[in-house]
Design a binder for this molecule. Structure first.
Ligand SMILES: [Zn+2]
Length: 229
């Protein structure tokens, strides 16, 4: 498969990171995380030294992964792009949206939270992919907090609305919210790229880590493998 998402089940980590935590930055036992990352590489059928993670900082920096890239070093970035066949690019998330993009020429994994969205990371990645020759890009948004759950302050909602009106939403109890998947789909659509959200809300579905729900928790990952159909 070209797009793959983990949930919190089937890994080696103990509570509160139980069990399939893939982040080295949340306080989990590094041995457990290493086991989980190795298990992820096996699941997506990518050599462990060809599975790349990033140090995500809610920005809009892009790191290009090529044959010179060292998998033991996670670049500080919120998007990874590669043109290397059978390389896996991982984006970690626990409410923020994992956006996976694929084309015959290049693939990308993007971390899209509120800040990244407003820093225009999605469009920036699409421009970079096309600069690198991408034609016929397909996209999928994995599990993420939905617009009915992602409550924010009025000020934050207004800021999102200013960036793009469709991003502004409200929760079930009519509090201000931001609809990240809807905003991403709109950006993709403007760029003529077919893309869907897989419809899973991390905040509602207990089989996923949710930062909003649990605070001290793990991170699951979305992985795109370049060259897969
Ligand atoms: Zn929800």
């Amino acid at each position: 498969m070209k797009f793959y998402y983990t949930d919190r089940n089937g890994g080696a980590s103990a509570a509160p990171f139980a069990t399939f935590n893939l982040s080295t930055n949340v306080g989990d036992d590094p041995v457990a995380v290493a086991k989980n990352r190795a298990a992820l590489a096996a699941k997506v059928e990518v050599a462990p030294e060809k599975l790349f993670f990033m140090e995500q900082v809610h920005g809009n920096e892009i790191a290009i992964i090529d044959k010179e890239s060292d998998p033991s070093i996670s670049p500080t970035a919120d998007a990874l792009i590669t043109r290397e066949l059978n390389y896996g690019l991982a984006v970690m998330f626990a409410d923020c949206a994992p956006l996976l993009l694929s084309s015959k020429q290049v693939s990308a994994a993007v971390h899209v939270g509120r800040k990244g969205l407003l820093a225009d990371i999605v469009d920036k990645v699409l421009v970079q992919m096309r600069d690198m020759g991408a034609i016929g890009i397909s996209a999928q948004i994995g599990p993420t907090i939905c617009g009915k759950c992602y409550e924010v302050s009025e000020e934050m909602r207004d800021e999102a609305e200013e960036f793009m009106p469709i991003a502004a939403s409200q929760t079930r109890r009519s509090a201000p919210s931001i609809d990240i998947p809807k905003a991403i789909i709109s950006i993709l659509s403007t760029a003529q790229i077919p893309g869907k959200w897989n419809g899973v809300c991390t905040h509602e579905d207990q089989s996923f880590f949710s930062y909003r729900r649990d605070k001290l928790t793990g991170r699951q990952a979305g992985v795109v493998v370049h060259g897969r159909r």
